[in-house]
Design a protein around this ligand. Sequence first.
Ligand code: AHR
Length: 516
Amino acid sequence: MKKSLLFLIVLFFIPFVRSAAQGTVMLNLNAAGAKDTISRHIYGHFSEHLGRCIYDGFWVDPGLNIPKQDRIRMDVVNALKKINIPNLRWPGGCFADEYHWRDGIGPRDQRPKMVNTNWGGVTEDNSFGTHEFMELCSLLNCEPYIAGNVGSGTVEEMAKWVEYFNFDGISPMANLRKQNGREKPWKVTFWGVGNESWGCGGNMTPEFYSDLYKRYATYARDYPGSPLKKIASGASDWNTNWTEVMMKNVPAGQMWGLSLHYYTIPTGKWSHKGSATQFDEKEYFSTMKNCLAMDEIVKRHSAVMDKYDPKKKVALVVDEWGVWTDVEPGTNPGFLYQQNTMRDALIAGSTLNIFNNHCERVKIASLAQTINVLQALILTEKEKMLLTPTYHVFDLYKAHMDARLIPVQFTSPDYVSGDEKIPAVNVSASLDSKGVIHISLVNVDPSKKITVSSILDGTKWSGVSGQIVTSPKFNDYNSFDNANKITSSKFTAAKKNGNKLTVELPPLSVVMLELK
Ligand code: AHR
């Protein structure tokens, strides 16, 4: 080869060699292309009558020596208000299809008891019912998302619950509501028609359920001022056939949303899911890989929906997601109590980035579950309460609520484990109504710092600030003895140089940047 040609080849490759050596990821942000809104309801939560979520979580013993309103504990209310909780799904989950709402109204000492057969076989005393849940939502200043009973309830029962919630006038259910102390209707709009109807909600085929859905949905009426956003029970994981049948059989006008459930199982095996805190890097890697699969799962269900609904009128509602591990040793297996680690913070940040990036279709999501169950935001132990690493990620990400999604393009370096690899970095960005840009970045690599750079031409910004959630080990967690081991703190490794933004992401970190 001629020397001059060799020289030219070397010259051509120098920039790439340099950027690879420095490990810099170039991030392309198209702020002018910001169009779709990231619904704040993507940041929603789920509270089921399961284990210690409602009882001992939200609704506590009257003798507990902490600030309470009725029996609602105010420390958790205040913590959830701080992250601007937009909605709360209730009463289940599997419990919803066994719940008969009339057992949960009227004088508490006269309410019938039932067995919670799904979750530990414990006695449910129905002391927390419709009025108590609506009081909780009013304290939280969030929208209720009710899951109606299709599995073991009747069409009439669901229709009457809607009337009880929403009718303003003289009617048997409105009168009953008033008799129970609530004059005005609550105007609930998010309405789930069954839950996991392919499983605990009735073990149905999608063909059978789609007909049943139409029947229940027909009589769940829109009362003046409260048009229902009816959400059909949807698929689990990769089952696009359920989505296909629902989209084919139910006209768009009869279904506001279709749900999807996907849980991250660390080992990928339901029989032995893996410990919440005791895991090695191999299991950490497989957990993150399973978490990131959410992107492809959302894409596949969205592609099926696009076939029937190209204008994207029907929302994809991911109303159960999060990491599901083995329960903490010594706790009731039916209560699904698990600790929450730095790994879970990375799962939260990555999944929320995925939902943001699919906000044209994903309009609601609910993390399972708010307190003491699965990937919780809050853990309680009698009077004590702690905020988990997952909570702190939601605190950072609230900046994206109702902002417009900025399309991003970049190629992540790989995080390699054995002969497998996943993207080390994931990101989403938004532009809020004041013109402020927020960028959330997650580095899942446990040992490598990654530098991300972006040239923001055509964007006005005079500075950058940030916050970070990080910890040295992926299985670090907040305990009742050390409740603030992982919190959020000021992030100073983002710099502005002219129009160039350079960010140094530490290993195991979730970072939120603000450019204004
Ligand atoms: O969140 C726990 C359970 O997981 C829910 O009750 C059910 O819908 C799902 O299988």
